[in-house]
Design a binder for this molecule. Structure first.
Ligand SMILES: Nc1ncnc2c1ncn2[C@@H]1O[C@H](COP(=O)(O)OP(=O)(O)O)[C@@H](O)[C@H]1O
Ligand SMILES: [Mg+2]
Length: 248
C-alpha cells in the first residue's frame, strides 16, 4: 500500500489542513494508526486543529537539528486515539530540505499505517520537501476556476517532483453555490479542467469547520465526516462509489 500521502493545493485556504485532519480521523476510525506531518513552515495549523498547541514544545526543526529524537516531537491528538502530529517549524527559515524530509519520513512511516503530509500552498520549498517524501498526492481545490487553475500548476509540479499518483479532492462543495456561480457545467467539467482523477467531494460543512477550528472531534454524522470516511476508504483501495452530487 502507498502509505505516504501529501495533501497539496495550488491556492491557499482551500482546506488542505481541514481535509488532512478529517482524513486522518477517518483512517483512525478504520482502525489505523496515522501520523500527520505539518510542512507549512511559519503557518502551521494542525497543532491547533488537533488540540496540541498549548503543550507542544518541539517541532520538525528540532528533530532535523538533532536536538530531539523524532518520537519526542510527535504528539498525540487531544481527542483522537491513534492520531499523531509532527508540527511544522515556527519560521519559514527552518523549512526542511527535500532530502532530509525524505529520510525522516522513511524512518517514521515504519511506525504508522498512514503518513499524511500537509503541504503549504504553491510550489515553494515547503511544497518540494513535502512532495519529495510522498508516494502519492491529494490535490485539494474548491470548484471554481481560480482554484482549479492553481491545481493544474500543482499537478505539473507534482509530476516534476516525481509524484505521478495524484487524485483531486473537491472541497467546500455546495450545489447551490456551484449552480449560482455558473463557472462550470457540472462536476465532470471541473475534473476535466483540473486534469486529475477525482477521489472525493467534501461538502461545504459548517459542522466540520467548527469542530476542526475548535480542536474537537467532528461528529461522525456530519456530512464532511461522512465524505472524509469515503475518502479514507478509497485511500485504502476500497471501491466506494463517488457520491451523487446532483445534477446541475
Ligand atoms: N468542507 C469545508 N466546509 C466548510 N468550511 C471549510 C471546509 N474546509 C475548510 N473550511 C474552512 O476553510 C478555511 C481554510 O481551511 P484550511 O484547512 O485552513 O485551508 P488550507 O490548509 O488549505 O490553508 C478554514 O476556515 C476552514 O474551517
Ligand atoms: Mg493549512
Amino acid at each position: 500500500m502507498d502509505s505516504v500521502t501529501v495533501i497539496t493545493s495550488g491556492k491557499g485556504g482551500v482546506g488542505k489542513s481541514t481535509v488532512a485532519a478529517a482524513a486522518g480521523a477517518a483512517l483512525v476510525a478504520r482502525g489505523k494508526r496515522v501520523l500527520l506531518i505539518d510542512c507549512d513552515a511559519g503557518l502551521g495549523s494542525l497543532d491547533h486543529m488537533l488540540g496540541i498547541l498549548d503543550h507542544r514544545v518541539f517541532d520538525i526543526a528540532d528533530v532535523v537539528s538533532g536536538a530531539v529524537e523524532p518520537a519526542q516531537a510527535v504528539y498525540p491528538c487531544a481527542f483522537e486515539e491513534n492520531l499523531f502530529l509532527l508540527s511544522a517549524p515556527g519560521t519559514e527559515e527552518d523549512v526542511v530540505s527535500p532530502e532530509v524530509m525524505r529520510q525522516l519520513v522513511t524512518v517514521l512511516s515504519r511506525y504508522y499505517d498512514h503518513v499524511l503530509i500537509d503541504s503549504p500552498a504553491g510550489i515553494g520549498q515547503g511544497f518540494l520537501s513535502a512532495a519529495a517524501a510522498a508516494q502519492r498526492a491529494l490535490v485539494v481545490a474548491t470548484p471554481d476556476p481560480v482554484s482549479i487553475r492553481a491545481a493544474v500548476h500543482t499537478r505539473q509540479s507534482l509530476e516534476e517532483a516525481g509524484v505521478r499518483q495524484q487524485r483531486l479532492v473537491v472541497n467546500r462543495f455546495s450545489s447551490t453555490r456551484f449552480r449560482a456561480q455558473k463557472c462550470y457545467r457540472d462536476l465532470d467539467s471541473v475534473i476535466d479542467a483540473a486534469g486529475i482523477r477525482l477521489i472525493a467531494v467534501i461538502p461545504e460543512d459548517p459542522v466540520l469547520a467548527a469542530a476542526t477550528l475548535r480542536a474537537q472531534a467532528v461528529p461522525q454524522t456530519a456530512p464532511g465526516a461522512l465524505a472524509a470516511g469515503r475518502l479514507a476508504a478509497r485511500l485504502e483501495g476500497e471501491q466506494v462509489p463517488l457520491p451523487d452530487v446532483g445534477r446541475f
